[in-house]
Design a protein around this ligand. Structure first.
Ligand code: CAP
Ligand code: MG
Length: 433
């Protein structure tokens, strides 16, 4: 490697000589410092067999940018100089590698193309036994080529007129099977019990037993009634996930019926579908469900991290996204969840923030540790933890709100439960954390 590395330090004419001699140009340049024009990726690399990590990095750099498995006569010096990425950090201990890609490699406002480069063929190469895209930083010119969130945390808080507490939501359960009238009734019970938000489940869309249009009309009617009775703004998040043109039609239908939100299963609709719905969004808040993410985020040695998915979803322009709970039923520990939270609320070239959503296996007993981990800017969603309450949906929503009130007043739940029967029943059933 030293020889090749040295060869690369020579002047262009020697480089041409190397090329004529078929000496492979190296992408490894440990002296390189990324510029503001670079897209930087952090990978975990586990080389195959007795492959060195350097060899694996050469293959990853080539296959994710301009090269292929061997030198080709059609490669031109200028292409390599202009578009060749730089492997500028190799940590042999952790297997973590940093690559800087010139932004000219990528098409602005085209997430499919960006991912087909840095998260495409490389995962299947025989040169690696495992490969994971751990983190990604897009340069300003690429970030700003996308729309970013329309509302962000600030816009959502203004819309709901809820200044500084976490938002509480539920998912209508059972996931599937209720007719649209019953669906709307369950939503109403949840809202009047104290939920700010009611959402469709990730696999409820426009099935015969619960047609989309009827559900929207009936549930928004119930929302308006709940708003009147409680004096609070209430949110319904209908799932519009479908073929792209159909999603746009459904978004407009929600808008025409005075809806304020839409929900999209961002992985199953794909990045192209998500870009389309963001670009053609008729002014609605976009809630990103991440169903299917664990197919590639869960194995910590292979695939793509949830951190990457959340960052890219914010850049495309979702207003809220599920990021895990650290305490509920789904995998994803405290460190991972807070790292993702920091990434989607942090500064990114003036882009609006994306509201972190914690959901999955939660009940009122989880609220104190969850708020302790996530802070005040979090949307807490419980499906079973509301509709599984011993006295039903409305009392379940009351218990969730009571647990939040206790947490915001820093009163231990068991103490608060002495004077709040609904919370007491929830704690008796599911306990505290
Ligand atoms: C939660 C949920 C959500 C999960 C998604 C479900 O229901 O509706 O889809 O939270 O997980 O279907 O499991 P429960 P994540 O409250 O009854 O668990 O947020 O990790 O993507
Ligand atoms: Mg669900």
């Amino acid at each position: 490697m030293m020889l090749q590395g040295l060869l690369e330090m020579m002047y262009p004419q020697q480089r041409a000589y190397c090329k004529k001699k078929g000496i492979k140009m190296t992408y490894i340049d440990l002296e390189y410092n990324p510029t503001g024009n670079d897209l930087v990726c952090k990978f975990f690399v586990e080389p195959h067999g007795n492959h060195s990590i350097e060899d694996a990095c050469e293959d990853i750099a080539a296959e994710s940018s301009i090269g292929t498995w061997t030198d080709v006569s059609t490669m031109e010096q200028g292409i390599f100089e202009r578009l060749g990425p730089h492997v500028f950090r190799i940590d042999k201990g952790s297997g973590e590698v940093l690559l800087a890609y010139p932004s000219e490699l990528f098409e602005p406002n085209n997430m499919p193309q960006i991912l087909s480069s840095v998260a495409g063929n490389i995962f299947g190469m025989k040169a690696v036994d495992n490969l994971r895209l751990i983190d990604i930083e897009l340069p300003e010119n690429l970030v700003k080529s996308f729309q970013g969130p329309l509302y962000g945390i600030e816009g959502i808080r203004k819309l709901l007129d809820v200044k500084n507490r976490p938002l509480v939501g539920t998912i209508v359960k059972p996931k599937l099977g209720l007719g649209y009238k019953k669906h709307a009734e369950v939503a109403y019970e949840s809202w009047v019990g104290g939920c700010d938000i009611v959402k469709d489940d990730e696999n409820l869309t426009n099935q015969a037993f619960n047609p989309f249009k009827e559900r929207i009309i009936e549930t928004l009617k119930m929302r308006d009634q709940a708003e009147e009775e409680t004096g609070e703004k209430k949110i319904y998040m209908p799932n519009i996930s479908a073929e792209t043109d159909e999603m746009v039609r459904r978004a407009h239908f929600v808008k025409e019926n005075n809806g304020r939100y839409i929900m999209v299963d961002i992985v199953t609709v794909g990045f192209s579908g998500l870009q389309s719905i963001r670009e053609k969004n008729p002014g609605l808040v976009i809630h990103a469900h991440r169903a299917m993410h664990a197919a590639f985020t869960r194995n910590k040695k292979q695939g793509i991290s949830m951190l990457v998915l959340a960052k890219l979803a914010r850049i495309i322009g979702v207003d809220q996204i599920h990021i895990g709970t650290a305490v509920g039923k789904m995998e994803g520990g405290r460190r991972e969840v807070t790292q993702i939270r920091d990434a989607i609320v942090g500064d990114l070239y003036g882009l609006k923030t994306t509201f972190p959503v914690s959901s999955g296996g939660l009940h009122p007993g989880h609220i104190p540790p969850l708020v302790d981990i996530m802070g005040g800017d979090v949307i807490i969603q419980a499906g079973g933890g509301v509709h599984g309450h011993p006295e039903g949906t409305q009392k379940g929503a009351v218990a969730m709100r009571q647990a939040l009130d206790a947490t915001m007043q820093k009163i231990p739940l068991k103490e608060y439960a002495k004077t709040h029967a609904e919370l007491n029943l929830a704690i008796q059933k599911w306990g505290t954390v």
